[in-house]
Design a protein around this ligand. Sequence first.
Ligand code: URA
Length: 199
Amino acid sequence: MTSPISAELQALELCCAECRHCGLAEKRQQVVVGRGNPEARLMLIGEAPGAEEDARGLPFVGRSGQLLSGLIAEAGLDEEQDLYICNVIKCRPPGNRKPTAQEIDQCRPWLEQQMTLIKPPLVLLAGATALRALLGIRSGISQRRGQWHDQDQRAFMPVFHPSYLLRFRSREPGSPQDLTLQDLKEARRRLCRERPSLR
Ligand code: URA
């Protein structure tokens, strides 16, 4: 049976599919709204869809997404159950360039509606674009990753963007991949603390 949240999210997806708020609508193949469990208490927000995501209509399903999925599983989280995954902007910027401030602002109502429907108490911000868009913090991820920031009755944790992790193969202690795994484990611990039935 479809839950009320799923039904509302589906309605939102239909509205997003019609969106022409910015010029990205012209070149996109699909609007990439989100995937995962709409009832999840943990949301992960990335930057923008890439080529694979644009083709399939789902976030984080390309190379960086595969790396992310592996780390999520290794941290003991069930990607389908424990998470809802989306991006700051819903359409692919040509050539995977960074979204402009204007594109982010024009897309913001969709993200805000997603957050209002899903109501995640915990949010992972993957990369500098998400950190800046959600918390207005301009400093690099390295200085902020792994720390919870409380805002609007939610706890946000910046983590490295999975595409950045692709540049480093090492899994040594202290490497970006290892640090991200630690961050995801901390997110899982907090989820378990706040809802012990998850354990
Ligand atoms: N990078 C992102 O930020 N989001 C995706 O969905 C894929 C790659």
